[in-house]
Design a binder for this molecule. Sequence first.
Ligand code: PMP
Length: 360
Amino acid sequence: MDRVFNFSAGPAVLPEPVLRQAAAEMLDWHGSGMSVMEMSHRGKEFIEIHAQAEADLRELMDIPKNYKVLFLQGGASAQFAVVPMNLLRGKTQADYISTGQWSKKAITDAKKFCKVNIAASAEAASFSHVPKQADWKLDPGAAYVHVTTNETIGGVEYHWIPDTGDVPLVADMSSHILSRPMDVSRYGLIYAGAQKNIGPAGVTIVIVREDLLGQALPVTPTVFDYKIQADNDSMSNTPATYGIYVAGLVFAWLKNLGGLGAMETTNQAKAGLLYDYLDQTEFYHSPVAKDDRSLMNIPFTLRNADLDKAFLKEAEAAGLTQLKGHRSVGGMRASIYNAMPIAGVQALVEFMRGFERNHG
Ligand code: PMP
């Protein structure tokens, strides 16, 4: 069996030990005689799997007791609407910071529920940086401030936490959750789709401060009412059981590696390898401001775009897959999530050097 180095933005590479364990437990989970897929979500086996996954996530992220952890469905995209449904709490407007394609999508759906104030935008600079907080025009009457802390397409990441005073800070952390320690207590709500650093597509994690619950708009569907889901351990309806199980294996894998501090050190080393190379060559180019570069998603272009096709073809032949940039921006993108081993980034940089030698 040959595994490639998979640089996909998501669904993305998962840790090999996790996949092996899931395979070993596929037909018979811990002597239950069943696959996790076949278990009742209300049975004692699955309740144990779910509780352990939540406990491990709380430990990894050091989630304070006054926060609920929900395992929902619908992807991060559902949260673009579910956040305003739940968090307006009698207010009629919310602040959004626009840093890329994912912020824009969040804004589009929020507009269906409230007045959106774009307090800062990097669109005029082709989303190549995070606007400095000093330039934000926050509205004190906003129900919350929404940020996309890692823009998966543009490769722009917040390396600081905005200060929004008493107004709750809401973050879409889909593409960098668990990549490093995050101070959860600074946020009112964090959400993330699973298919990058958490597990298979189908699970969406919401971490929300308890005092924000219980004031959902009357139109809110039951499965999207945070309070109802929190009161029912995310089982107001059937949760994505198998996805929660695999997420739990990923959390255990992370704990085993030494937690998020250790993961951050590895992620910095991985991203450093690629950025250092991009910065010392004229052949390739990174479009993102140095201070705001993502550790997870690294877009780059070839100065001569005529070579794009050859680059992708030769990379594929070298076992380096899914390097094509998002269709909206072109070029290349290497997503190097937690599960991408450093050997994968070394192989990529080696390949890029060779390609430069041959075509430069
Ligand atoms: N937000 C961000 C930052 C993302 O990267 C993505 C998916 N790539 C989404 C939201 C949407 O996720 P989903 O397709 O699971 O709804």
